[in-house]
Design a protein around this ligand. Structure first.
Ligand SMILES: CCCCCCCCCCC/C=C/C(=O)SCCNC(=O)CCNC(=O)[C@H](O)C(C)(C)COP(=O)(O)OP(=O)(O)OC[C@H]1O[C@@H](n2cnc3c(N)ncnc32)[C@H](O)[C@@H]1OP(=O)(O)O
Length: 358
């Protein structure tokens, strides 16, 4: 039996009440089916290549071809009912149904036992770093540089350390793509400078896979402890992008140019053991004892005299600082222009419309 207009309207209301974001792929399908059911085949001019969101919507609608309105209406109703478990659909009017699930905070900062801990906290998005999180981290590092803690630690909540830059940062940016690229380059430069300047020992507790900028930044850390389930992946070429966070300088220095090339240019994903063998990781622990062993060690280190640690770090970093600022500036300028290339735009579009994964 075909869905009636009433079923269609009920389904539209259910979408508004969904407690869980169904994700971009499903949202695009819903949009396309809605348009097809109400207006028929796509008759709009194709949006420009830089108009990411409208182009993704147009592609989804246009892909439905000449699907009849009635079939689109039925498919829309079926898709919505597959998203809403009957308990959720039938709970309209029950207390709590309009309660919004609180968005998790992008980062969480805590301070205890002489350790300031900065946690990437978007586990449902594999801790992808949003525009807002870049700015929150800059602020958190500023505060941590003068607080009472002796050391600062980054880690991730959930199964990932971080999946790197949130690829929707650009598609959701207000204004044109050129403006977004310009803003992105300024934010990135300030972000990386705040790691170059950070005065206390900075440690990464890599609890799971790390991608993109969350890997390249490790070259700015003073120690990196990894679970044996962590992996290290910088797929810049596949994304039509180039390295950042001074990795074009730190990685060849840490592991030699040949190994750095495999990672930064060819996108070779390293296991924790391989990353340790190449000097990017300080020590690898079995997943079963990772948290306990690492935090016991860090609590011990945090009791060491803080001024001595700070001054030693200054001695290590001092001779490199000017070089690092210059490399950071050049990497950001390069990325600003790469973000506007077809290679990069197509890679981001593929991810957003879920045609591609790493
Ligand atoms: C105004 C502009 C401001 C710009 C700000 C400055 C910009 C600085 C940029 C610095 C340059 C940085 C470069 C990089 O970091 S490059 C690396 C980018 N990362 C990726 O390419 C990873 C993409 N993700 C994946 O390939 C897969 O998601 C992954 C292998 C990580 C996991 O796969 P899995 O199948 O296990 O899980 P899902 O794909 O289902 O993911 C679960 C949900 O999480 C969302 N997700 C994951 N990663 C990202 C990401 N990087 N960006 C956005 N969203 C991400 C994914 O979409 C799923 O969400 P839904 O459930 O809603 O579909």
């Amino acid at each position: 039996m075909e869905a009636s207009q009433k079923d269609f309207e009920n389904a539209m209301n259910q979408v508004k009440l969904l407690k869980k974001d169904p994700g971009n792929e499903v949202k695009l399908k819903l949009y396309a089916l809605y348009k097809q059911a109400t207006e028929g085949p796509c008759n709009m001019p194709k949006p420009g290549v830089f108009d990411f969101i409208n182009k993704a919507k147009w592609d989804a609608w246009n892909a439905l071809g000449s699907l009849p309105k009635e079939t689109a209406r039925q498919n829309y109703v079926d898709l919505v009912s597959s998203l809403s478990p009957s308990s959720e659909a039938s709970s309209q009017g029950e207390p709590g149904v309009h309660e919004k699930v609180p968005e998790s905070e992008g980062i969480v900062v805590t301070s205890e036992d002489g350790i300031t801990k900065i946690t990437f906290n978007r586990p449902t998005k594999k801790n992808a770093i949003t525009f807002q999180m870049y700015n929150q981290i800059i602020e958190a590092l500023k505060t941590a540089s003068t607080d009472n803690s002796a050391i600062t630690v980054f880690t991730g909540n959930g199964d990932y350390y971080s999946s790197g830059n949130d690829l929707t940062n650009f598609t959701s940016a207000a204004g044109g793509m050129e403006e977004a690229a310009k803003t992105g380059a300024v934010v990135l430069r300030n972000f990386v400078n705040s790691f170059i300047d950070f005065p206390k020992p900075l440690i990464a507790v890599v609890n799971g896979p790390a991608v993109g900028i969350s890997v390249t930044l490790l070259g700015m850390f003073d120690a990196v402890y990894a679970s044996d389930k962590a992996t290290f992946h910088t797929p810049f070429s596949s994304l039509g992008q180039t390295p950042e966070a001074c990795s074009s300088y730190t990685f060849p220095k840490i592991m030699g140019p040949a190994k750095a090339t495999e990672m930064l240019i060819f996108g070779k994903k390293l296991t924790a053991k391989e990353a340790w063998a190449q000097g990017l990781v300080t020590e690898v622990f079995p997943e079963s004892t990772f948290q306990q062993e690492v935090w016991t060690k860090l609590k011990r280190y945090a009791k060491l005299p803080p001024n001595a640690m700070r001054i030693s770090k200054e001695l290590i970093r001092k001779s490199e600082k000017e070089k690092l600022y210059a490399v950071n500036a050049e990497e950001c300028t390069t990325l600003q222009s790469k973000w506007l290339t077809e290679e990069c735009i197509n890679a981001i579009m593929s991810f957003v419309s879920r045609k591609a994964k790493l």
